[in-house]
Design a protein around this ligand. Structure first.
Ligand code: 26V
Length: 833
């Protein structure tokens, strides 16, 4: 074949975004990448062919981007996270490349059902919940804003477990998401780093008498890179997410092979490759598991060496590291990176401590995502000493120097030294990772205003005084690409028909919808979109759960991890109260509701799992009660994940954001639901407060105690019984649950739940907020009956959500923490577009 012809076919294959090119390309990919013909191809084959065709259109942009970062020697931002909750990639890439319509048309013309193909793709569920999804939204925003942002994490072989409901209870199933292969990742077998564990530290002086440290006799594991392209929306930029997979070292194998112990060699190989096997599914308790600590160090060590390798291509010393590298620690999970960078600089490159420490603290920044004491990470000193002996020494040295400064500032104050120390000495000695992260970073941020204020006033108040200005707020956001443009095409199209498509990249343009709230024809169209979305969910519920619900009813949605502090139980108490009202007065008029729950419980969190069972048992009784079920339905949607969220959020009328004030750091589901036209019923907690500030108090339903009142109530000695005795409806609901009304075959089944509230102090103040919640739900019903007015409020919610774009969040990180600037990647090859 003549060269130019071959080139043009090749170019066409890479860039053609028109219908004919896509059709041709799909056929090519099916044949040459999947190895199937159209007769034998399955939906999965067609999915892989489609993924390859999309991927081909990312690769040049990706290489251009990496090349231009290199040529321009830009400052890079590295987002270190144990979790990236990406969801599906196919349609996200199609949207971000901007050929949605052509893609649909091409598949249509080939007689391929896009929905069937799209749904073959498993979610990449490498995260638990909000923290992991935030990381995914941030990657989308960094690419869209042309920021040189890299994700670094672990390529878990098993992501978040799949939840099935059997007999009303959660059963966990392994998420073998890589079973059929992952078309989005590129294995890099040559990008391999050695990671050490265990062993011991020897110290010896050099000729000048300066001590040097060697970490020897270690057990080693190799980290192998897998790269995934991250396309920005409507830009040439395609960034990179690099995830590490554990591989046995060859040494390891050889050692045993030489002794002729073949089986032992393979067994050990297995053990070290277990490191990246599974995501820890518990985001409540730290548990102090050795494997989890090893996962943390494994990925941190490989990532830092990789970053320094890139940095050193240009430079021979580390002076400019903070000018060229910013590392964001997503919670304390990767905070061991602070000690590891010190080890690299001091032990391996012989920088003096002060210099190394200056470089380190100017490189790192830390985001805190929770105030819940049980989720703040600590590790026993004993475990650290065994797994990372040299890092323990380094942490002690960091602490010694830090506490010297503290004592200097507060002479004689032993209390403050004890409180601020990295080592918690009350009981078995433990390392407080949050303290290490704060001391080793130049900025620490909270994720919503109230969260940051509470951080400063409570758990980190000593640090806020010691390091004024270090703790800042950057309120979370969500990417409007996935959460509106993709998840809700109908609404996205309606919005675009009125204000153009600029909002996808610049969410502030949604403000132009404000006047349309008063436009009756826009309201009609908006309501029709919501109706369509509800009908689609009705069909899904019928198909998946064989439940009949009416799209006329108010869709009342609470979707999030099951946690006591998130108070799914308060919602349950409302459901039981409604049920009782209907039973007591069957002929009255009711606003009919469908109360929908979704969420996973940590496998070891017994109470959260019991709450799931309670919801399902109540659903059984209510939905099968001929009288009640005309007005009230209860649904538990199994296996809530990113893809389920994309289906459920567009259909919601009411968004339940009812955590005890002061407990939910931010929440991001609250933003997704409001952006899709659901009204929020919520407490003054997390980002709800700021959502209220944007949409206005007439367009949100706020109830309950404030964070200050919660603290005050607890300080005065909270008495849940008082509320129980004072409120007959509350008492009835609790008595029914506790006495087995919903579990006649096992009357005591839910007694532990009622006991938590009445006997064990109701830590999250459900009873204190119950009456206020009931009143507020009443207001919701009144508002819902005025359809025009409800739609108006819904439109105003959408129109006023611009603050909650993760683009805004990322711009704040870039200017207030990273000092990073965008670089628009240019086409370097023959590529255009
Ligand atoms: C903690 C642990 C403990 C050890 C085992 C694994 C594990 C995994 C995750 C966590 C951290 C949980 C903190 C968290 O997810 N916070 C959520 O962060 C969201 C994003 O900032 C925020 O919107 C939610 O309010 C907050 O709960």
């Amino acid at each position: 074949m003549d060269d130019s012809l071959q080139k043009s076919i090749f170019e066409h294959e890479k860039i053609g975004l028109d219908v004919d090119s896509i059709k041709q390309s799909l056929a090519n990919c099916l044949t040459y990448s999947v190895g199937k013909d159209t007769i034998t191809a399955t939906d999965r084959d067609r999915f892989f062919a489609a993924a390859y065709l999309v991927r081909n259109r990312l690769i040049d942009r990706w290489m251009d981007t990496m090349r231009s970062y290199y040529i321009n020697d830009v400052k890079r931002v590295y987002y270190f996270s144990l979790e990236f909750l990406m969801g599906r990639t196919l349609m996200n890439s199609v949207h971000n490349l901007g050929f949605d319509q052509q893609f649909r048309e091409a598949l249509n013309e080939l007689g391929i059902n896009l929905d069937n193909v799209r749904e073959i793709e498993p979610d990449a569920a490498l995260g638990n919940g909000g923290l992991g999804r935030l990381a995914a939204c941030f990657l989308d925003s960094m690419a869209t804003l042309d920021l040189p942002g890299y994700g670094y994490g672990i390529r878990y072989e098993y992501g978040m477990f799949a939840q099935r409901i059997e007999d009303g209870r959660q059963v966990e199933h392994p998420d073998n998401w890589l079973r059929y292969g992952n078309p989005w990742e590129f294995p890099r077998p040559e990008v391999l780093y050695q990671v050490k564990f265990h062993g011991r530290v020897v110290q010896y002086p050099d000729e000048k008498g300066v001590a040097h440290y060697h970490w020897i006799d270690t057990d080693d594991v190799m980290a192998m890179a897998f790269d995934t392209p991250i396309p920005g929306y409507g830009t040439h930029t395609v960034n990179n997410m690099r995830l590490w997979s554990a591989k046995a070292t060859r040494d390891f194998e050889l050692h045993y092979f030489n002794e002729g112990n073949y089986v032992k060699a393979v067994e050990d190989k297995n053990a070290s490759e277990n490191l990246s096997k599974v995501l820890y599914p518990d985001d409540t308790t730290t548990m102090g598991r050795e494997l989890r600590l090893k996962q943390q160090y494994f990925f941190v060590c490989a990532s830092l060496h990789d970053i320094l390798y890139r940095y050193n291509k240009y430079r021979s010393n580390f002076d400019a590291l903070p000018d060229k590298v910013a590392i964001q620690l997503n919670d304390t999970h990767p905070a061991i990176a602070i000690a590891e960078l010190m080890r690299i600089l001091v032990d391996l490159h012989h920088l003096d401590w002060e210099k190394a420490w200056d470089i380190t603290t100017r490189t790192f920044a830390y985001t805190n995502h929770t105030l819940m004491p049980e989720a703040l990470e600590t590790w026993t000193v004993a475990l650290f000493e065994n797994v990372l002996p040299r890092h323990l020494q380094i942490i002690y040295e960091i602490n010694r120097r830090f506490l010297k400064d503290v004592m200097h500032r507060y002479p004689g104050d032993t209390g403050i030294v004890r409180r601020m120390s990295i080592i918690d000495e009350g009981g078995e000695k433990r390392i407080r990772m949050a303290h290490l992260a704060i001391i080793g970073s130049h900025k620490v941020n909270g994720v919503a205003q109230i969260h940051t204020e509470l951080m400063k006033q409570t758990i980190f108040s000593d640090f806020d005084r010691f390091f004024p200005g270090k703790i800042i707020n950057i309120t979370n956001g969500i990417t409007p690409r996935r959460w509106l443009n993709q998840a809700n095409r109908r609404l996205a199209d309606l919005i675009t028909s009125r204000i153009g498509s600029g909002w996808v990249k610049d969410l502030s343009q949604l403000k132009r919808l404000i006047p349309l709230a008063d436009d009756a024809s826009f309201r009609r169209e908006f309501a029709a979109v919501k109706r369509g979305d509800k009908e689609r969910l009705v069909a899904l519920l019928k198909q998946k759960l064989n439940i009949d619900v009416s799209a006329d009813s108010l869709f009342d949605v609470q979707i999030k991890r099951i946690h006591e502090y998130k108070r799914q139980l308060l919602n349950v108490l409302h459901v039981v109260t409604l049920y009782n009202r209907i039973r007591n007065n069957p002929d009255a008029k009711y606003v009919s509701r469908t109360v929908i729950f979704g969420g996973k419980a940590a496998p070891g969190y017994v109470k959260a799992k019991l709450i799931i069972k309670l919801i399902n048992d109540i659903a059984d009784i209510v939905n099968n009660d001929p009288q009640a079920s005309r007005h009230l339905k209860v649904v538990f949607m199994p296996n809530y994940d990113v893809s389920a969220a994309e289906e459920m959020i567009p259909a919601a009328d009411l968004s339940e954001q009812i955590s005890t004030a002061g407990t939910e750091a931010s929440g991001t589901g609250n933003m997704k639901l409001a952006l899709n036209g659901a009204l929020t019923i919520g407490t003054l907690d997390g980002a709800n407060i700021e959502i209220g500030g944007e949409v206005g108090e007439d367009n949100i339903f706020i109830f309950g105690l404030t964070a200050a009142q919660v603290a005050e109530t607890k300080a005065k000695g909270y008495q849940p019984w008082d509320f129980y005795h004072a409120n007959p409806e509350l008492r009835a609901a609790l008595d029914m649950i506790g006495s087995g009304f919903f579990s006649p075959e096992e009357p005591d089944r839910f007694k532990p739940i009622v006991d938590t509230l009445l006997q064990h102090g109701d830590q999250y103040l459900l009873l204190a907020d119950y009456a206020s919640y009931m009143d507020c739900q009443k207001k919701v019903e009144v508002a819902y009956q005025d359809e025009e007015e409800w739609v108006r409020k819904a439109i105003l919610n959408v129109a006023n959500m611009s603050k909650f774009s993760s683009d805004r969040t990322i711009m704040q990180y870039a200017s207030q923490i990273w000092d990073a600037e965008p670089l628009t990647a240019r086409s370097m090859g023959a590529e255009i577009g």
